[in-house]
Design a protein around this ligand. Sequence first.
Ligand SMILES: [Fe+2]
Length: 304
Amino acid sequence: MQSYPIEEKHAYQAWREEKLNRYPLSVNELIIELNNPIKLMDKEIRALQSSCVKTNIVFYRLPANTQIDKQIVLSIADQLGLKQLDANLCADEDKISVIQNANNSSSHYIPYTNKALNWHTDGYYNPSSQRIHAFLMHCIHAAKNGGENNYLDPEIAYIFLRDENPEYITALMDENVMTIPANEIDKNNIRTAQTGPVFYFENGVDLCMRYTSRKHNIEWKKDKTVQSALSCLQEILTDNAYIFTYRLRPGEGVICNNALHNRTAFEDGDEKYTKRMLYRGRFYNRITNSLTSAELETNNAMVK
Ligand SMILES: [Fe+2]
């Protein structure tokens, strides 16, 4: 979505209406079957893009027994224009992270344990020059129990907040609203403190979001409207028909424009194939939209 000033009523309302019109409410409408991940068909790319244009989120399913490795996961991302990979602390040399319950130094970070993860967008602690605008997670193995994700389109969060009180948007777009203190592990200063907005527009046309609902290691601007906006956002994330809930199965993945998401706790089994393991890539750019208006009309019908 493009940036609409708060005083702008008509254009924003028109966009809002179009956004919510026939918005998919079942996660099954977002799952695209792919035949060959190395060479996606045009119609598959269009369906993936179409879902992302509408909801900022899409799921894919590969044929059973598809041999998969990190390069194939990167290939899927590449075919959707996701080329600027982020290398986070726990990523391997190829910049793909293996998300699993690890018993090593990565266990400092909750994503690398089997604990529940609060609502967040990925890389909210990154410096402004390395903001995460998309990510892909591919499931190699699912856990014996749990490990389900919930997702919410940031544009839906924006709409609900603006419906409640337009000043909430102004408050959350403040450049100083959210500070992540420096990350100091084992006395090493790994990252400096990062201050920035919750909502911002990339190039004036793409709404992006930095957010975490964690209570510790985060400093919010001391301001009444900010506090009310955060309470409102927490309510939106608690009970909302627009939340997509999905537990990835082996051979499935999710690609999104850094949507809000959380994760339930999980329990691994004894067998390797019952130990949850995902490949994850994070990207500085967003999913390409090469669809024409006419194609969007057609493909929206496919997704819904
Ligand atoms: Fe995440």
